[in-house]
Write a protein that binds this ligand. Structure first.
Ligand code: GDP
Ligand code: MG
Length: 850
């Protein structure tokens, strides 16, 4: 038998139709379906990554990256089959449009309940559209709205914001809550959810909430409601368990088909829902058009076109959400608990009704929407099955029905998941055909493709990427960073400290207090703060990479080389973020579906020098290596990366043998980062850093100062007696361990200990213990050489700081994400051993030259 042609064999630029998936792994199959690769889908191969793998595909109008290996599991139709399928699809779409149109017309004056509700949703949408720049209820424009609260009970309203990754959720969240209204960022048990209060007209320039207090929860970005990623589980649990008053489903208007796939699944969760049709500015710019009224009619829920980025339509969205909730409360079932008429075929409908009958009572008891639970059972969703707590008898019935459904499938590669995904996408095909016209032909290159001709070009891509990385390093650690840091130091040490010093003396403060403030606090906290501008620049660069869309291209390009270490292109992004801070970097591994990849990546993140280590490198390198400081710092970064690579190879050969996970990422269109958003990103990180300096490092500085000034008998010591102080004794106890590394002084030992709390503390502690001002490299050099440090020891010390355990915050995050105590212990032990050995090697090797 001749082998069927697969997607991997399709030439670049070629377009073909999917016949079936031959992938066996359930998670991979599910992911492929969820991303829109269902039987009959047209796919164009756009290009290969510079190193030959993965592929860039055009699927349903968006760019998807897929490995050759996985592309082999997608079988293509022959031309004849494709023609047949196309004809069939066209017929179906036409029928859809015909029926929809007559229903839309009929709904105006008939009593058919369903179509009435659908029509009402469309009406609401129309109302909203017509009052586009005023409150929908009172029609007043601007801030003067003082609408009645209707009959809605006066309790705070909770809205959930759900949508695909990158469809503008965060932008909308910020537009609705106002950056300043931002409440907090609670890392939940599993995945971060953000919650904020919607700004109201009363506070000025706000949105019309009809007088209600409203909070908005930003759920993680998801493509589907499958149980295969943390994000999806968290999002669906939130909606099922916390029952938000309404869901705002934000969808990307430039990418309707794939975004609607989540929409139709959200509808099954039976919460009041409203659609925010985002990116309308881009839709217009592309010359496309979307019939909003028709869309809302077909889905049976209001659809509000918005542009989160410019704020257009956001106010209407809030008012409309409020109206929706009010309507629900006053028993008008305004477009919810309705499934679009053609979403599932008749057979699926009848099957799920039978399932509904079996599980109804169980679903009510488990507090799950019956219809949704039935669908999940059909998809073989284990968590839902477990939660339903079915009796053996019911379970048997369920399994029989589910099996019956699957057995009706035409071939062994079509399972229940495929059938349902296919059904949903068929409906969406019809829906988008009926209400959306696109100017650009499917598979034809667009704006982003033209940029990508250069940026992911076979020959240019890698040089450009390295160039960008070099530029970031130069900006952060080179002349620009240095210059900014010196400015900060001048501000703190040459201006603020002398001023505080004289002010305190003038006020008659006792000498010990002046010493505590100036030598303890200012030197510790101030020294760390002087690195603020550099850290801000680093985060600015990372943020620009992410916001522009280049970050996912990096993942696309680096997938092949990363696979050598058993990682994927997806691991590259957390690793890159590791240069900023390990905490978000480790959390960034959540998008990885495969635990093996995730663990491997997490174990490597500590090798990427986080920005808190920068002050340590900065101070010691400039003290001991003068004009070569920048070189030493960059050398440390590279050394960390190299050891990470070696460790990755090692882990891959020993700990993480076995299959690779699928690598599928969306390559979003390039966008100009919005200044405000980028600044907000940077500010959040900077704020975190300042807070840390103001609290943790402040406290640490005070504690160190006291421990250094008092002996175990609580006697106040003079500066010369510091060796007898509490800390001196403790440090002296540990110090011998570090003797072979060249820095066996008690001061170094204490500094390393405090560094476990926060890496910046290493320098602030050194400056307090050695009694030098952090602004001055010369002073530090004199003090530290006097205290037994040689340049060789300094280098070995830096290497140890680079590699030893990350701070407690990072270790706690690591422990949570890696999901096991044993792995956490392994990571800590591994870092310590590597740090010790590497520092020892550096000390011994440099001994030959220095
Ligand atoms: P999230 O991943 O869903 O949180 O999406 P973001 O809010 O981070 O947005 C992703 C990208 O889309 C960012 O570059 C935004 O600036 C951009 N974006 C968001 N809303 C709009 C919009 O209405 N119009 C345009 N042109 N871009 C938008
Ligand atoms: Mg976001």
């Amino acid at each position: 038998m001749e082998k069927e042609k697969t997607l991997a064999e399709l030439e670049i630029g070629g377009r073909a139709y999917v016949r079936r998936l031959t992938a066996e792994e359930p998670a991979l199959r599910r992911r492929l379906f969820d991303m829109g690769i269902t039987p009959g889908t047209a796919i164009t191969v756009k290009k290969r990554a510079p190193m030959g793998d993965p592929l860039e595909l055009d699927v349903r109008g968006y760019a998807l990256s897929l490995r050759l290996e996985d592309a082999k599991k997608i079988e293509l139709m022959t031309e004849k089959e494709a023609e047949e399928a196309l004809r069939e699809k066209k017929d179906a779409v036409e029928r859809f449009m015909r029926e929809g149109k007559s229903l839309l017309e009929a709904s105006v004056d008939t009593d058919i309940e369903d179509s009435n509700a659908h029509a009402r949703a469309a009406k609401l949408t129309e109302l909203m559209l017509n009052s586009a720049d005023g409150c929908a209820v009172c029609g007043k424009k601007g801030r003067g709205c003082d609408c009645k609260k209707d009959e809605f009970p006066d309790k705070p309203v909770k809205l959930a914001l759900a949508g695909n990754p990158n469809c503008g959720k965060t932008t909308l969240f910020n537009a609705m809550t106002g950056a300043r209204e931002y409440v907090g960022n609670f890392p939940g048990v599993t995945v971060e959810k953000k919650e904020g209060r919607i700004k109201t007209s009363k506070t000025g320039g706000g949105l019309c909430t009809m007088g209600h207090e409203m909070t908005l929860v930003d759920l993680p970005g998801i493509y589907s409601l499958s149980p295969y990623t943390m994000e999806e589980i968290v999002a669906r649990q939130f909606i099922v368990d916390e029952k938000p008053d309404a869901i705002i489903n934000i969808i990307d208007g430039t990418n309707l088909e794939r975004n609607l796939y989540l929409t139709v699944q959200l509808l099954e969760l039976e919460r009041p829902m409203i659609i925010a049709l985002n990116m309308m500015d881009e839709v217009e710019k592309n010359g496309d058009s979307i019939d909003v009224k028709r869309l809302s009619f077909e889905l049976g829920i209001p659809v509000i076109p918005i542009s989160a980025r410019t704020g257009q339509g956001v106010s209407e969205l809030v008012t409309q959400a409020q109206r929706l909730i009010t309507a629900v409360h006053t028993q008008f079932h305004e477009g919810f608990r309705l499934e679009p008429d053609h979403l599932y075929d008749d057979y699926t409908h009848s099957i799920h009704h039978r399932l509904d009958d079996v599980i109804e009572d169980f679903a009510a008891k488990a507090d799950l929407p019956t219809h949704w639970a039935a669908m999940k059972l059909l998809e073989g969703d284990a968590p839902v099955e477990k939660r339903l707590g079915l009796t053996d008898e019911a379970l048997e019935k369920v399994h029989a029905i589910v099996k019956e459904y699957g057995d009706a499938a035409p071939n062994p590669y079509t399972d229940n998941i495929a059938l349902l995904a296919d059904s949903r996408y068929r409906y969406i095909d019809g829906l988008t055909a009926s209400c959306c016209t696109r100017k650009r032909e499917a598979g034809k290159p667009g704006f982003s493709d033209r940029i990508d001709r250069v940026l992911t070009n076979k020959f240019l891509a890698i040089p450009i990427f390295l160039g960008i990385m070099a530029l970031i390093f130069v900006l952060t650690f080179g002349t620009v960073g240095k210059w900014m840091q010196q400015g900060m130091e001048w501000l703190i040490f040459d201006t603020a400290v002398p001023a505080i010093d004289s002010a305190l003396e003038y006020a008659g403060a006792p000498a010990w207090f002046v010493s505590l403030v100036c030598d303890g606090v200012m030197s510790g906290v101030g020294g760390v703060l002087s690195f603020l501008p550099q850290i801000a620049v680093l985060f600015l660069c990372l943020s620009l990479l992410e916001d522009s869309g280049y970050m996912s291209r990096i993942a696309f390009m680096m997938d092949k080389p990363m696979r050598r270490f058993g990682l994927s292109g997806k691991s590259f992004i957390p690793l890159l973020m590791g240069f900023g801070c390990s905490v978000p970097a480790i959390m960034g591994t959540r998008t990885m579906e495969n635990m093996k990849d995730k663990r491997n990546t997490i174990l490597l993140i500590p090798f990427m020098s986080c920005s808190a280590k920068l002050p340590v490198y900065g101070l010691i390198a400039s003290a001991f290596f003068g004009s070569y400081a920048a070189l030493v710092i960059i050398g440390l970064y590279i050394f960390g990366i190299l050891l990470g690579i070696v460790s990755g190879l090692l882990f891959n050969k020993t700990l993480f043998k076995g299959n690779d996970a699928a690598f599928m990422i969306e390559l979003p269109p390039y966008r100009l980062p919005k200044f405000k958003d980028t600044m907000l990103h940077v500010w959040e990180r900077v704020k975190h850093f300042i807070l840390k300096a103001g609290t943790l490092i402040f406290a640490m500085s005070v504690v160190i100062w006291f421990l250094m000034r008092f002996s175990f008998r609580f006697q106040l010591l003079t500066e010369e007696q510091v060796g007898e102080s509490i800390i001196g004794v403790i440090g002296g106890f540990i110090a011998p361990i570090f003797k072979p590394l060249g820095f066996g002084t008690w001061m170094a030992a204490v500094a390393l200990l405090t560094g476990v709390v926060a890496k910046e503390s290493v320098v602030s502690t050194l400056s307090i213990l050695y009694g030098f001002a952090m602004g001055s490299g010369k002073e530090a050099f004199t003090a530290m050489t006097g205290g037994g440090f040689t340049p060789r020891a300094a280098l070995s010390f830096l290497v140890f700081v680079l590699l030893y355990v990350p701070c407690v915050g990072a270790t706690a995050t690591l422990s949570k994400e890696i999901g096991s105590k044993r792995w956490t212990a392994f990571s800590i032990a591994y870092q310590l051993v590597i740090a010790y050995l590497a520092a020892l090697a550096v000390y011994l090797v440099t001994g030959i030259f220095m």
